[in-house]
Design a protein around this ligand. Structure first.
Ligand code: ARG
Length: 564
């Protein structure tokens, strides 16, 4: 921002006072084409105030703007274009990166305030599907990003471990379950019981009722129901932990839906006290008619609580426990209505912090254009996908670099990175078609491509053995590819800020692709290790690229092996 600010400062003395500083700063843009310089200010809005044509304003003002940071100032068709002083800027940016290392881009926006991030949150007794992958990787990256800009983050896995589906599962187990079979292959077996329940329920109307009764028993603490539930939960957690470990993802809290069992009565009482609870024949609800939304269901006629009740209890608990400034929920866009309702109910209860709840929605993972449905058994198992991807990475290493040390470990980092990157490079709201082939491609705009680029940069540095001297040398920009890299590197903190602001890790993913492409072009065009004057300057740039790529990948939740 330093250069934008310098430009804005220079502009300000020539712009009427009524135009605010922040307006000037925000208007500054990056020209599309390099021949238009590094920064541009459009004079069109000023034309109205000054009642002169934009090109005359641009041409007059450009003659008066001066700064040691500017190499040249030009007026072109209503824009003021600034060409920055390349060597000054390069020394600034590269110097900062080499000093701060992986702390480059750290910001203090969060001021140590707390943000809770509810993400991943898979459902017990069901396989960890590709659908949950999205929440897991977006949430994990957002947690890294929030920490990077100075927030204290609390990572919460709101496990789906309570609800009517467990009544159904217990009913199914009682009908068709085989203890030995479940023990041998818990998740797959439980899934087929769940699928069978829904198939049978289409003709046997009694089943749904049985399911409801079992859930009621569970809520009332019936011993048989609880023992089965605990067993299902234990087996599921084992599977989930294996997956999180593979992906190097951790949580600060696993307080799932069941955690709030003893905290819901309090919510119901509060709602009653505030006269928000309306009893209807089939349920107790909070009406949201005035807001034009369907009512929020709090309790069923048989007293059973609901998903929303548990989320209300969770919001209150989190606010009391963590004193959050923001409470983020990374959950698919099919739950948008649910989160709107939760916010509105909390608002009605008089909690102004309801506004700090942020639902970060995302599109679906589709298979052949359709939503994957656990009920119908149409799921792709994440663990299988991860292992396939790791195996493909291993085959590729065997082909390209069979003597590599720690082959398995590197393959794990690449295979898992490929899956994460494939998800995060998409705009969050887009649906993604599941395709294993696409995910595991190692060229084009992929995670492995960025990982390779980083390893390439690192190998140059290893060859040069020159890290020590690099820190002190002065940078000279000698070609446009080099300049392109430096301008990219300068943008990193801005991109981080934007990614958090929009809750959108894809901005980081696109950024590391751009930087990798810029670097690979440089690598192809320039003899970096040639014994000429500029060698140390070139190595400093390579070192900076390596630092930023590694940090960018880390923010996405992807590990960066230094040798591939
Ligand atoms: N378990 C839910 C699901 O798979 C997601 C839970 C999201 N978090 C929450 N606080 N509601 O759909």
């Amino acid at each position: 921002m330093k250069y934008e600010k310098e430009f804005a400062k220079a502009l300000q003395s020539h712009i009427p006072e009524e135009v605010e500083w922040s307006t000037i700063l925000q208007a500054i843009e990056k020209p599309k084409y390099a021949e238009h310089g590094d920064l541009a200010f459009p004079c069109f809005p000023l034309a109205k105030i000054k009642k002169t044509s934009p090109s005359i304003i641009a041409s007059n003002m450009s003659k008066q703007l001066q700064s040691p940071l500017f190499e040249k100032v030009e007026a072109v068709g209503g824009y003021i274009n600034v060409f920055l002083n390349k060597n000054t800027l390069a020394n600034d940016v590269i110097g900062e990166i080499l000093t701060k290392k992986n702390e480059y881009g750290n910001l203090t926006i969060g001021e140590q305030e707390t943000v809770t991030i509810d993400f991943s949150s898979p459902n017990i007794a069901k396989p960890f599907s590709m659908g949950h992958l999205r929440s897991t990787v977006i949430g994990n990256s957002l947690a890294h990003l929030y920490t990077k800009i100075g927030y204290r983050t609390v990572r919460i896995n709101h496990l789906g471990d309570w609800g009517t589906q467990f009544g159904k599962l217990i009913a199914a187990y009682k009908h068709w379950g085989d203890e030995e079979k479940v023990k041998a292959n818990p998740i797959k077996e439980l899934l087929s019981l769940y699928v069978k329940f829904h198939e049978e329920a289409e003709t046997n109307l009694q089943l749904e009722q049985e399911g409801r009764e079992w859930f009621k028993k569970l809520e009332d603490g019936n011993k048989e129901a609880l023992t089965l539930w605990e067993w299902f939960q234990e087996e599921s957690l084992k599977e989930f932990s294996r997956i999180y470990e593979l992906m190097s993802i951790s949580f600060d809290s696993y307080a799932g839906e069941a955690f709030y069992n003893d905290k819901m009565e309090h919510v119901v009482q509060l709602l009653e006290k505030k006269q928000l609870l309306i009893g209807s024949d089939s349920a107790q609800i909070v009406s949201l008619e005035n807001e034009g939304l369907p009512p929020c269901l709090i309790k069923k006629a048989d007293g059973a609580t609901l998903y929303a009740t548990r989320d209300l209890a969770a919001a209150l608990y989190r606010h009391n426990t963590y004193k959050f400034q923001q409470s983020v929920y990374v959950v698919g866009n099919e739950q948008s209505l649910h989160f709107k309702q939760i916010k509105l109910v909390l608002e009605k209860m008089g909690y102004s912090w309801a506004n700090d709840l942020i639902h970060v929605p995302f599109g679906m993972m589709l298979k052949e254009g359709k939503k994957m449905s656990t009920r119908k058994g149409k799921v792709v198992l994440l663990e299988e996908v991860l292992h396939n991807s790791i195996n493909m990475a291993l085959q590729m290493i065997e082909l390209k670099n069979p003597n590599l040390k720690n082959k398995r470990d590197v393959a794990k980092k690449i295979g898992v990175g490929a899956i994460i990157f494939h998800d995060l490079k998409n705009d969050r709201m887009n649906d993604i078609e599941f395709s294993l082939e696409d995910m595991i491609k190692f060229e084009g705009e992929t995670g492995p491509y960025v990982q390779y680029t980083n390893a390439r940069a690192y190998s140059i540095l290893r060859k040069a053995h020159a890290q020590d001297e690099v820190n002190q040398c002065s940078i000279m920009i000698t070609c446009s590819t080099e300049w392109n890299i430096v301008t990219q590197l300068r943008l990193f903190p801005t991109i981080i800020k934007r990614a958090v602001h929009n809750h959108d890790p894809s901005q980081i993913a696109k950024y590391v692709i751009d930087l990798s492409q810029a670097f690979n072009k440089y690598y192809a065009e320039v003899k970096i290790l040639e014994e000429t004057n500029g060698k140390h300057s070139r190595l400093a740039i390579v070192q900076a690229v390596h630092i930023v790529l590694e940090e960018g990948l880390r923010l996405l939740g992807i590990e960066a092996p230094r040798e591939i």
